[in-house]
Design a protein around this ligand. Structure first.
Ligand SMILES: [Zn+2]
Length: 282
């Protein structure tokens, strides 16, 4: 740990870092990482874009769960890890932040140049007219359409939806686009079965290509959507450092792996590279 932390510190101190963050960075903000070691088991299969658009019942189920889960996302605040990343940016050591998270917490912590690979949960898109609405506004309309809708929140995953009994789903009313009147609304996040917009991917590859190092924070790199940037960096000879609790699918490409809680490692890292004495005991 001491040796790998020192290697990590040296890499970040060199600057030109591109960050790739995942769900593990937001767990300490109370947003569970369903793939991480301490995460809750996923109790239902993830919503696919195909099911969402073709199956009205699936869509109703998604919105009902998401309506409840949104409370957790909307109430979440950035943690020490997000703040450390923003601090490293202010110190001029980190350039672009690529995140797989849809919670907006990097921006809330003060980070700039953030590429939200899988979109944001706080925006809603109309699949017919393309109009973007704030989630706050859609949330208000959903509450109006479902007065007294109360449900037990058993578990919440990073997509913002929760488990819900069938009878409660059946009673839930979704809302359509307020602009075109009939358009289907969908949180502006990339669902399973959907591709990330090509220009967004291109921006990430360009940032990684110009990086001096790639720093992965809190991602098990299970999905290719994020792992491809690690593979790209490794192929170009750009050092990859991974800070995550537990092994990742990118470990074979990494020059440094630190297996430890991000909330402990990142503030120490930020202090270590800015010349401040690092706290001991991590
Ligand atoms: Zn519309």
């Amino acid at each position: 740990m001491t040796e790998s932390f020192e290697a990590l510190r040296a890499l970040v101190a060199d600057g030109g870092v591109v960050v790739l963050s995942g769900a593990g960075l937001s767990t300490e903000s109370g947003i569970p990482d369903y793939r991480g070691p301490s995460g809750v088991a996923r109790r239902h299969t993830p919503m696919t874009f195909q099911a969402f658009t073709r199956d009205p019942l699936a869509r109703r189920r998604y919105w009902a769960r998401s309506h409840l889960g949104w409370r957790l996302i909307a109430g979440a605040a950035p943690n020490a890890g997000h703040r450390a990343v923003a601090g490293l940016q202010r110190a001029g050591l980190v350039d672009t932040v690529i995140t797989q998270n849809v919670d907006g917490l990097h921006g809330a912590a003060g980070s700039t140049s953030v590429v939200e690979l899988h979109g944001r949960l706080d925006e809603v898109v109309c699949l017919d007219c393309g109009n973007l609405t704030s989630r706050e506004e859609v949330d208000r309309r959903l509450r109006e359409a479902n007065p007294g809708f109360v449900a037990r929140v058993a578990a919440v995953n990073p997509d913002g939806d929760v488990d819900l009994p069938d009878e409660q789903v059946a009673a839930f009313r979704t809302v359509d686009c307020a602009i075109c009147g009939t358009g289907m609304l969908k949180p502006d996040v990339v669902f399973f079965g959907e591709t990330v917009p090509p220009q967004r991917v291109a921006r990430c590859f360009a940032a990684v290509g110009e990086a001096r190092s790639l720093l992965v924070l809190g991602s098990s790199l299970t999905v290719m959507s994020g792992r491809r940037f690690v593979i790209s960096a490794a192929k170009r000879g750009i050092p990859v450092a991974i800070v995550n609790q537990g092994p990742t699918r990118g470990d074979g490409h990494a020059t440094v792996c630190v297996d430890a809680p991000l909330g402990a490692v990142l503030p120490r890292l930020a202090a270590g590279v800015s010349g401040t004495a690092a706290p001991v005991g991590v």
